[in-house]
Design a protein around this ligand. Structure first.
Ligand code: PGA
Length: 260
């Protein structure tokens, strides 16, 4: 049974003070209780500077919301200016680490090899990497979706030992930052491929791996995505910045899952 995961990806948004204000507003809403009842899992992948205040705030409230980071470096410590280690993230009980978001792959030229090292370091340290894969519009139009996902997945998972917990996120680049997500059919097709590829690599363990959909998720379209057999949650960017909007997304997932 794969527990639905709704993960906020704040990207480069929110100062420490704004993160605290978000938590103050989100905590009393319905999502916290639903997560505490075990119906879904909720995580916030925040900028590094917001991790400590969020950790402190979540602990004080006894919240079940999990923390996530948006990047990690694979070395334990040393002369790596500007990078962050697993130990530094674990200090604040960071559970998840986004690895290989398309914005990093494109803007920071992160290769799948780099992504695989990050994924391996996070998993080895006991965190759960959220590994992002997804195609550009030209790849999709060229009919190369399956090959693209296959290559990205294989190359990004080199350092994964098949047993460590990981989460995949299918994020079509063309849907990110829009308000229109992939259709139900497109999301299922891609997430179905991803599970098939994971099965080739890890056998039946693939059935335990959660695959999220990300890109243009809103409270209005989340329902159409979560009905897919192979979509086990969402990675939510823009719509997670507003606590009320993110609460609506979590509660739409709760309603759907309790009906299923
Ligand atoms: P979006 O971003 O929800 O703003 O499209 C999702 C993501 O890039 O993770």
């Amino acid at each position: 049974m794969r527990k639905t995961l709704l993960a906020a990806n704040w990207k480069m948004n929110k100062t420490a003070a704004e993160a605290e204000a978000w938590l103050e507003a989100f905590y009393p809403l319905e999502a916290e209780k639903a997560a505490a009842d075990g119906l879904v899992e909720v995580a916030v992948c925040a900028p590094f500077t917001a991790l400590y205040p969020l950790h402190r705030g979540l602990k004080k409230k006894n919240s079940v919301v999990e923390l996530g980071a948006q990047n990690i470096f694979w070395q334990e410590r040393g002369a790596f200016t500007g990078e962050i280690s697993a130990e530094m993230l674990l200090e604040f009980q960071t559970k998840y680490v986004i690895c290989g978001h398309s914005e990093r792959r494109v803007l920071m030229q992160e290769s799948s090899e780099t992504v695989s090292r990050k994924c391996g370091a996070a998993a080895k340290a006991g965190m759960v990497p959220i590994i992002c894969v997804g195609e550009s519009i030209s790849v999709r139009r060229g009919g190369l979706l399956k090959q693209w996902l296959e290559a990205q997945l294989y190359e990004s998972l080199t350092f994964w030992d098949n047993q460590q917990e990981i989460v995949l996120a299918y994020e079509p680049v063309w849907a990110i930052g829009t308000k229109s997500a992939a259709t139900t059919e497109d999301a299922q097709e891609a997430c179905g491929y991803i599970r098939q590829i994971l099965r080739e690599r890890a056998g039946d363990l693939a059935d335990d791996i959660r695959i999220l959909y990300g890109g243009g998720v809103t409270p209005e379209n989340i329902g159409g995505l979560l009905i897919c057999d192979d979509v086990d949650g969402a990675l939510v960017g823009g719509s997670s910045l507003d606590p009320v909007g993110f609460d609506k997304i979590v509660m739409a997932a709760v309603q759907l899952k309790t009906k299923k």
